[in-house]
Design a protein around this ligand. Structure first.
Ligand SMILES: [Zn+2]
Length: 225
């Protein structure tokens, strides 16, 4: 029996997004993209291999051709959800050397979760059958820095930033006394918390959920324990 969430998605425009339109008569159909990873392990391997190409300065920029674009016009089959930060230095498609139709990305400052983000991830996992969700934190994150400033000073956080700081603050407080780089510890703890929150939600049970850290200096992504 379909879950209430799934029924909701299927009954709304979100469900309609997953449906491919019928092929247009007389228009040659481009060759479909057939090399999509279907397991979480293969999806993770694909991401990390692409990241190594990116970090080494030898990206392939796959799946950007007009043919791929035309194929994808009929329907999408991304193989990974990336829950990342809005930071302009960490665009998932570039960092993982992927192209059109490969990744379903949600990006908020400090990869903070809200209901819109969770609904978007659910769309990917339930409707698009994506096997992998990767939470991607990064070093020198502005949202983390702002949160540390707030925890340090107790100063009021203005406007919409309040939600971001409130979501990151528990990780900042937990790691305040840990020797070393507080921002780094807080970023890792927060990304792991986001991963665990997604893992604990039954809506995402079909997917493997991991967390990772992007190094701005080397360009490399490493999985968090
Ligand atoms: Zn950031």
């Amino acid at each position: 029996m379909a879950s209430p969430r799934r029924t909701f998605l299927a009954a709304t425009a979100v469900g309609a997004l997953a449906a491919a339109p019928p092929p247009t008569a007389g228009v040659p159909r481009p060759r479909p993209v057939t090399d999509r990873p279907v397991t979480a392990r293969a999806a993770l391997d694909r991401l990390l291999a692409g990241n190594r190409r990116f970090a080494s300065g030898r990206p392939r920029h796959p799946h950007e051709s007009a043919g791929v674009r035309r194929t994808l016009a009929a329907g999408q089959h991304p193989f990974a959800v990336v829950v990342g930060c809005v930071d302009s230095r960490v665009p998932p498609e570039l960092v993982f050397d992927q192209g059109l139709g490969d990744l379903l990305c949600t990006r908020t400052a400090g990869e903070v979760l809200d209901e819109a983000v969770l609904g978007s991830i659910q769309y990917g996992v339930e409707e698009l059958r994506i096997p992998l969700v990767l939470v991607l934190g990064h070093e020198r994150c502005g949202a983390i820095a702002a949160t540390l400033g707030h925890v340090r000073s107790g100063a009021h956080v203005p406007g919409h930033l309040e939600l971001l700081v409130a979501e990151i603050a528990p990780a900042a407080r937990r790691t305040r006394a840990v020797p070393g780089d507080w921002a780094e510890h807080a970023m890792r703890a927060h990304a792991a918390w986001v991963r665990d929150a997604i893992r604990a939600d039954p809506a995402f049970a079909p997917a493997q959920v991991d967390a990772a850290r992007f190094d701005l200096d080397t360009g490399l992504v490493s999985l968090l324990p």
